[in-house]
Design a protein around this ligand. Structure first.
Ligand code: CP
Length: 314
């Protein structure tokens, strides 16, 4: 079975293929997909060990628009609360013969481990501070639609780089596609040696934002900071919060992104977050559905070949 566990190692051709597929879904009226028979008779299970608003609902919508049967498992309502392990939970779901398992887990590497045990395709919906590949794909689609390209753009990813799976997936994807990536963070939230991944590291936000095309803000992930230094909110906003003043360092047509959930007044000021001309935040959410439809389509292509459950296309 084919999995999507990360953007690291994906080729430019694979990324381009997924983005082109997603573009087809993005340009159409979403209501037109209600009856796409592509995944008719197939089962998709959302298995979320962490909270989610955007990722879980957009995977559910994507699967439903392709006519799959969709099950949503939330840890709060599952037998994990009674002590069942990750692997036992996965094997239980595996016994129901799903075609795709979409998994979010607080531990880096947990989704890969699970993919080695089950007999279906697995999509990583975020594992710890490791990867969140569909987020990077939807970010790339959003950028490509607005700027017409990825290669040659300068993208600044700002904030809690240390704990961010969104930063990791984005920097792999964007550098693979020929964009220049800068990461901006306070020293305590900057992973050491990150330059080895082909990015430029800045501790000073104004210097890092100079002449960039895209400013991508990240949330302070305090839930992953147990035992380590947590910055004071007021100090953090002063030095690393995006406001009009700091944004003025970027190109005049620079666009603002945030994967959500957003903490207004912490990493981003409402004035820039809600700027209808420059903020792509709502568009990112919209592209999430298109990208997840594309990923479901691509991962199940082998499965659907010659499958009598699926009506012939055309
Ligand atoms: N961007 C993102 O993954 O949001 P959720 O945590 O709401 O899914």
């Amino acid at each position: 079975h084919r999995h999507l566990l990360g953007t690291e190692g994906l080729t430019p051709a694979e990324i381009g293929y997924l983005l082109d597929l997603a573009e087809n879904y993005a340009v159409q009226d979403p209501r037109a997909h209600q009856h796409s028979p592509l995944l008719s008779g197939h089962t998709v299970i959302n298995l979320f060990f962490e909270t989610s608003t955007r990722t879980r609902t957009s995977f559910e919508l994507a699967a439903k628009r392709l006519s799959a049967d969709v099950i949503n498992m939330s840890v709060a309502w599952s037998s994990i609360k009674k002590g069942e392990t990750l692997i036992d939970t996965a094997m239980t779901l595996n016994a129901m013969h799903p075609d795709v398992l979409i998994v979010r887990h607080p531990d880096s590497g947990a989704v890969k481990l699970l993919s080695e045990k089950v007999h279906c395709s697995v999509i990583n919906a975020g594992d710890g501070s490791h990867e969140h590949p569909t987020q990077a794909l939807l970010d790339a689609l959003t950028i490509r639609r607005r700027k017409g390209k990825l290669a040659g753009l300068t993208v600044a990813i700002c904030g809690d780089i240390m704990h961010s799976r969104v930063a990791r997936s984005n920097l792999h994807l964007l550098t693979t596609m020929g964009a220049r990536v800068r990461v901006i963070a306070p020293p305590t939230l900057m992973p050491s040696g990150i330059e080895r991944l082909g990015v430029e590291a800045y501790m000073d936000m104004r210097a890092g934002l100079r002449d960039v095309d895209i400013v991508m803000m990240l949330r302070l992930q305090t839930e992953r900071m147990q035992g380590s230094y947590v910055p004071s909110i007021r100090e953090y906003f002063r030095f690393y919060g995006l406001d009009r003043d700091k944004l003025a360092m970027a190109k005049p047509d620079a666009l603002i992104m945030h994967p959500g959930p957003m903490n207004r007044g912490v990493e981003i000021d409402s004035e820039v977050a809600d700027d209808i001309d420059r903020s792509l935040i709502q568009e990112q959410v919209e592209m999430g559905v298109a990208v997840r439809m594309a990923c479901l389509e691509a991962l199940t292509a082998d499965l659907r070949a010659g499958d009598p459950r699926v009506p012939a296309e055309g």
